[in-house]
Design a protein around this ligand. Sequence first.
Ligand SMILES: [Zn+2]
Length: 915
Amino acid sequence: MTTRPEILRRSASVALGLALAVAGTLAGARQPSVDREDQEFARSVREWTTRPEFLSPLVDHLPLAPGVPSPKDVIGHHVGAPKKLSYYAEILGYYRALAASSPRVKLMTIGRSDEGRELVVVAVSSEEAIRDLEAYRKFLAQLADPRTLSEVQARDIIVKAKPVYHVMGGLHSAETGPPEMLMELAYRLAVEDSPLIRQIRDNVIVTITPVAEPDGRDRYVDWYYAYKADETGENDTYGGPPYWGKYVFHDNNRDINYSQVTTRALLDWYLQWHPPVMHDIHESVPFLYTFSGQPPQNPNLDPILYAELPWHAEFEVAQMVKYGMPGVWTHAFVDMWSPGYFAGMASNHNGMLRMYEVFGNGGANTMERKVDRSEGPRPGGQTTREWYRPLPPYREVEWSIRNNVNYAETGILTALQLTAAFPRVVLESFYLKSRHAIESGRTEAPFGYVIPAGQPDMTRAAFFVNVLRAQGIEVGRARADVKLKEGTFPAGSFIVKRDQPYGRLAKMLLERQSYPDPNLRTYDDSAWTMGLMTGTEVRESADLDVLNVPVEPVTEARVQGVWSGGQPGSAGMIAVAADGSASLITLRYRLKDLKIEAAEKPFKSGGAELPAGSFLIAASQNGAPVAEKVRSAVEELGLRAIVLPARPDVPTHDLRLPRLAVYSTWGSTQEVGWVRYAFDKYEVPYDLIFKERVRKGNLRADYDIIVMPSQGGSARRLVFDIEPKAKPLSYRKSERFKSFGMYGESDDIAGGMGLAGAAEFQKFVEGGGVLITLGAASYFPAEYGITRRVDAGRPSAQFYAPGPIVEAEVLQGEHPVFYGYTRKVLPVRYANGPLLRVPDADTSQVLMQFPGGERSVLSGLMRGAGEISKRPAIVDVPVGAGRVVLFASNPCYRWQNLGEFNLLFNALLHLGSRQ
Ligand SMILES: [Zn+2]
């Protein structure tokens, strides 16, 4: 034990005079009146902290506040106690008790999670600020959209306003410390009377998302108590539960289109409150990494952001180094390229995304951790001393959840210290970034985007217009034809003007991503261009006149279906056009009781042209007219129907509803989750099956089609999945573990389907079933010999393709999977699936291929694009009485590539019925 605290206290008193001005030094850390502090807290925290230098003067004490409950008063122990994790209800219970007893705390309900848990934001500030919260909210709203503000008015607001600094934890359920820490932070901010905390209270409104994924929190805490509380070390781990939230796992931090209810609820709140900073606390690297936005950086965002990110981060590094805390660093980890991270909602809206990674043990057990596991020519990993890591983490360490709490809370208090010292700087930057965003729309082309009306399928255009609208981007509908130097666009076209507060965000989402340097790696996707992802035409305009196009503001884009030809006679047929809408499959299921056929070729009837794949529905079925039922569904789904006097002369097949299953491993449920989400949204019913069902055998008795979403990364992992543990990993609901057994049940999730399971898939296919494998799951049929002539390779080590959008060339345009697609070359998100190859004799099985090469990269980065040249993107292989359709791409990716969804949906509609 060093005498560090004494040193700090001494330097504190020396610095006191200065510190009160900015609360910027150690002096602000604490109040000397020891009798008002919780001595037991100080003792416990010292005991739970594994080394003295892992504690700081900001968090080594906790004031007693008569009448205001500390976390211990509600949850029964101090935050960071070994082997204790709090359930969401306990956490909410604490904030509710705190808000009920302190006029400095207010709890707001912002929605409900997928599983019905209440979503809240907790505000902590001075009594005055909490009382006048609404006034402060309005100040920020004005700065966020300064179009009607004069410079003088803006200055006046900046003087009166306070920055809202939003902090959140628990987005990733295995990252268990921050939701515990935030309770202590809220209490400390509400009751501590040190100069530092007073200054934060006076100058900042702190808002907190206690747990960003509450459903996953409860499931993970259940799992922790069921299995992980017994873990003794990092080599003795029981992994995590098969699910966090209902659909997605870690990708809740990649939900660029805000599909999940919890992400959307916070976005809606954000757009009401406009916090200039959103700070998301995660766990991974040692001991605390503070994000500063390293390259590649998205050039659309304001240069101010790229200057203030390192300013904030370096202040934390400097302060925490001063406290003697090792392992606090910045740079060299996460970059600022993708706008799809959860807290990116702030930087995308002219605020600031801030992020920590704190070291964690995936639970609350104290354990020895080997931090430096790197090998090779330059060992050290994240433990080397660098310019951005002046006091590196230790290579081996005993680590506890209290260490984690100490680091995260000290970091956040330090972040708040800077904001409280410079509130007007933060507000001014926020205001200027908002203003610059509007101005750049008038000075930097493109000045706007046109989504032309009259595209065969407008439902996909409406989808992304609504995603833009959800993010507060203004979209208008042209009142008349629009003449721009790029061409003339029909009345009703959607217009996105760039001279608006979120005009830069619109550009970022709609443009093609031009990756700055192929030698830079990026943390997530390199491309997300919405028009390409949805297969919709979007035109950039470099014509300033686009800003003056008269428009009707769009609240929500809705596509009304079209019904032509009036009332059918009893011999009449209703044709529903396969124009490319993914909602066609929804129509099939909404009309599940009707007999529907699909035209196998394009045909004309009267003046109408209908593409291959169009539905044909007899207007009278079993003696009853069905037109009204069809009509209301067609209109609601935005489809196009034409009444024909009689059956057209075109070959057809019946669209029988396939008995459909989705296969999921237990260890890799995320990509499965996105497919489930898409199926649920499009009302496609399916059974979610696991190894338990596969091993029972006779899959063909129950299913016509089994979809195997991308999972596991390799065939071996897909087959063998989670390694068996010393005790079975039961995922069954019980009185004690109520969150288990959702979305599937198992007595032991370990072990995988094994070779016996692989053989069952082979029998299924040979017996006439259709197996559809997506992305990495396509290694499975190739490597386990179900499609014995298909080879599945991997690219070279130089190849690097972080989710670019590339061209794919349709080779078998008549095949049903291409119904509704009119182009020969489609934009496809590259999914890093297998590099497939078939023998020359089988090339007719290749439905689509990647032309490859630099010129085929439409958006984002693919390094070594020649390696995918002429590699199949989709192969349809007959096997026995059935078939396997292998996608090297992932046609159902993260609720993003709607333009590809129909490649899968068509397979479901048409391949199962052909058996
Ligand atoms: Zn995380």
